[in-house]
Write a protein that binds this ligand. Structure first.
Ligand SMILES: Cc1cc2nc3c(=O)[nH]c(=O)nc-3n(C[C@H](O)[C@H](O)[C@H](O)COP(=O)(O)O)c2cc1C
Length: 432
């Protein structure tokens, strides 16, 4: 009997696949398209839908926002939190994860928002903890530039400690609703935290009631050594990019070792690897679809501009037909490393064209891709996949390929769940 693995879906509140062959005519900005998508994920028994977020209109490519806006890369983007609330109210079992940056939200506001949405979702909310990776985002919050990665993670360590205290500032039984005595909440069970740290100061208590899950599920995507250490200490689920099964296994083993060293049970962390399956009724059809995408006239420029938005690197300055020189970034180093395939000798053009094959080349019929995913998980040891579409451009057709094609094939192989056994996201993640 094959061991089951977990599934997440990765998208953002953006324009969707607005000019694709199967694009709808309606704009997605009222959120209803994404709610429908979440309902499809729930029918397919996904663990969670994860709403990505960034906080800028990037000018990394050629020093202007032209490519960003022309290709709708990371912008325009709407706030994922109201959408998370809509999705939570329109589903009953699916986990709803939204991204909030420790650089942008005051901790009290974040804890309050997370507790509120965890109630709206009935205990299915997760927070994707990010520290932001762009100067242009930092400049929207009063900073001149992005603080160095080490400082961002120092701040995040303190931030998480603070919000954990806020989530604990209401005892689970603080609300008594004693009609006879006329008491709504027992004030002895609601405590200030009086937190004073190096970066943050907060009196507390939280002014919401305790969150159904105690605190939301924590999701994180550390790529650097410091980021992986943070994720291993903090996260219930890690989302990661890695090249091929070897890279995936190395990453998972690394965070599991770090988790054990920090006194945690490594099985309490579910590592989901980002993939972009391309599904067709035949292998030829899937490959034709993939080739059409990467051979489109704008694909290389859009891919380079996209990777530039989260690394603050202007790839237009580099020779497309030469090997990519070693680069570092104060932004998303892990994403850069995955893209660059260091040591492969590949040219920038080749790397850009392989941006969405994830090293696993999941291109084929539902059953063929399901078999590949099963074999990859076998080699890696667990825990699952985070499925997305290139440029996170969602369409009903792309979702359908996954929820009505790939997932049933995975289910027939006994690789993923066919029904939910529990109600909260934390329990769903711990089901196997
Ligand atoms: C699958 C995945 C999703 C991510 N989503 C976001 C996001 O929504 N917002 C964001 O600012 N960063 C996001 N990141 C970036 C990570 O938070 C992190 O900064 C990155 O992986 C680099 O790791 P490092 O911070 O340890 O260098 C994501 C990364 C990955 C791999």
């Amino acid at each position: 009997m094959a061991r089951k693995f977990h599934l997440g879906w990765f998208c953002n509140f953006t324009s969707g696949d607005w000019n694709g062959d199967f694009a709808p005519n309606e704009a997605p900005w009222d959120g209803k398209f994404y709610v429908e998508m979440a309902q499809a994920m729930e029918r397919a028994c996904f663990d969670y839908l994860m709403l990505e977020d960034t906080l800028m209109v990037s000018e990394a490519y050629q020093g202007t926002s032209e490519a960003t806006l022309r290709y709708a890369l990371q912008a325009p983007k709407h706030d994922p939190l109201p959408l998370a609330a809509m999705i939570g109210a329109a589903t009953t079992r699916l986990g709803v994860v939204a991204t909030m940056s420790t650089l942008a939200y005051p901790p009290f506001m974040l804890a309050r928002l997370a507790a509120t949405i965890d109630h709206i979702c009935g205990g299915r909310f997760g927070w994707n903890i990010v520290t932001s990776g762009e100067d242009s985002a930092a400049q929207n919050f009063g900073m001149d530039e992005l603080p160095p990665r080490e400082t961002r993670y120092d701040m995040a360590d303190e931030y998480v400690e603070l919000v954990n205290q806020l989530f604990g500032s209401w005892a689970p039984d603080a609300v008594v609703m004693d009609r006879a005595r006329g008491v709504y909440a027992d004030h002895t069970k609601v405590r200030p935290i009086n937190f004073v740290g190096k970066y943050f100061k907060c009196r507390g208590p939280l002014n919401t009631v305790a969150s159904p899950q105690g605190r939301p599920v924590y999701v994180q995507a550390g790529g650097s050594p410091r980021g992986r250490a943070f994720a291993a200490r903090t996260a219930d689920s890690i989302i990661a990019t890695a090249n091929g099964t070897e890279g995936m296994k190395w990453y998972r083993d690394d965070v599991r070792t770090r988790a054990a060293a920090a006194g945690r049970d490594p099985d309490d962390i579910k590592v989901l690897f980002l993939i972009y399956p391309v599904i067709g009724a035949t292998d030829e059809e899937a490959w034709a679809k993939y080739r059409r995408m990467v051979n489109a006239p704008d694909f290389i420029e859009a891919a380079l501009a996209a990777i530039g938005t989260v690394t603050d690197i202007d790839f237009s300055r580099l020779d497309l037909d030469a090997e990519l020189p070693r680069l570092t970034t104060n932004g998303e180093q892990g994403t850069l490393d995955k893209f660059a395939q260091w040591g492969s000798g590949k040219t920038l053009r080749q790397l850009a064209s392989e941006r969405y094959d994830g090293g696993l080349r999941l291109i084929g019929t539902p059953d063929a891709v399901a078999a590949q995913m099963g074999a990859a998980m076998e080699a890696v040891g667990g825990d699952g996949f985070l499925i997305s579409t290139p440029f996170q451009r969602s369409s009903r057709r792309a979702v359908n390929d996954i929820t009505e094609g790939l997932v049933p094939a995975l289910q027939r192989r006994g690789l993923v769940r066919t029904r939910y056994e529990t109600t909260t996201l934390r329990a769903t993640l711990k089901e196997f």
